[in-house]
Design a protein around this ligand. Structure first.
Ligand code: ADP
Ligand code: MG
Length: 314
């Protein structure tokens, strides 16, 4: 007969993987989502938040941000519909790995060829995430502001909590159509002067169109270059634009890998720094977290994290 304590230890050792899993998830997720909430924790609030992701300049990371924020928010239990309003150069479907499943687009709904739910493609991994593409080809570019507003109203009546619109580059008719149904905007920029100027112009246009709730996402940040004074810091960018900061995403080669695989970064089992940064931004967007992750030393111990939360260091 083994001693009593040895037996107890042995029994508890069986539980150790679960304890580790619990600690890992809670550290990463800020003590909110330790349940494996695959599509079960779907919140049902009646108000739909419609957010347009825009930038002015192309290639700064709007589509990457839309896919990752959308996926993160869906994983946090909300119903999310993503709209790819970038008609000529649509690629949100590729980032989400849904390109082969698009049979109908919003143009087909407007032509009366299909119902809304047939064009809203559900993600297989997270069923509370859906994608609507406006059109498959550039020729059919005759969607109007009214059409966009009607589409968003119909989607929100299906009970979605978030509608996130991936805006095309530029400030022409595609931009105006994409922003018209939104109440909130997320301006994406890189820490380059050209992108910042375009972001500033877009911020003015958003205000002129009645969108005052605007937040900033600074993408492709390189802390090594900032330390050498070769790149503007996130704070500098934020002060130049005067828009509240939602988050900062580091430059990361995994973004390209995840794009090619059709799997958003935030789905990776072991998150890279950019994945953690996107998750952090998503939590801040839905009000579940208010601190920023520190891009220079992101992997903090539990006490440092606790200190950051309590003393608001970011
Ligand atoms: P947009 O929608 O604004 O045109 P995309 O999201 O398509 O921009 O991104 C443009 C390119 O930049 C893509 O090739 C993407 O892989 C790359 N990219 C975006 N964000 C990052 C990042 N944080 N690190 C590295 N590459 C990035
Ligand atoms: Mg894009």
């Amino acid at each position: 007969m083994k001693p009593f304590w040895t037996q107890i230890f042995k029994r508890l050792a069986v539980l150790w993987p679960y304890v580790k899993w619990f600690i890992k998830f809670n550290l990463r997720d800020g003590f909110v989502s330790f349940l494996p909430n695959r599509n079960f924790m779907t919140e049902t609030t009646s108000v739909t938040r419609t957010i347009v992701v825009t930038s002015g300049k192309g290639g700064v990371g709007k589509t990457t941000a839309t896919a990752n924020l959308g996926m993160s928010i869906a994983r946090l239990g909300h119903r999310v519909a993503l709209i790819d309003a970038d008609i000529g150069l649509r690629n949100l479907d590729l980032l989400l790995g849904l390109e082969n499943r698009i049979l109908y687009t919003a143009m087909d709904i407007l032509d009366g060829q299909c119902r809304l739910d047939q064009a809203l493609i559900r993600d297989k991994r997270w069923k509370n995430l859906s994608l609507l593409s406006i059109s498959k080809n550039r020729q059919r570019y005759n969607v109007t502001r009214k059409n966009m507003e009607n589409l968003v109203t119909s989607i929100s009546s299906l009970g979605y909590n978030f509608i996130i619109i991936d805006c095309p580059a530029g400030i022409d008719v595609g931009f105006i159509n994409a922003i018209s149904p939104a109440q909130e905007a997320l301006i994406v920029t890189t820490p380059e002067i050209t992108a910042i100027r375009d972001a500033d112009r877009v911020a003015g246009l958003l205000e002129a169109n009645g969108i005052y709730n605007t937040k900033l996402l600074v993408n492709r940040v390189r802390t090594d270059m900032i330390q050498k004074n070769d790149m503007m810091s996130v704070r500098d960018v934020q002060e130049m634009l005067g828009i509240p900061l939602l988050g900062a995403i580091p430059e990361d080669t995994h973004v390209i890998i995840s794009t090619n695989r059709g799997e958003p970064l935030v789905l990776k089992k072991k998150l890279t720094l950019s994945g953690i940064a996107f998750e952090n931004a998503a939590r801040r967007l839905i009000g579940k977290q208010d601190y920023f992750i520190d891009l220079t030393s992101p992997y903090k111990g539990i006490f440092q994290k606790f200190q950051d939360i309590v003393f608001g260091d970011f």
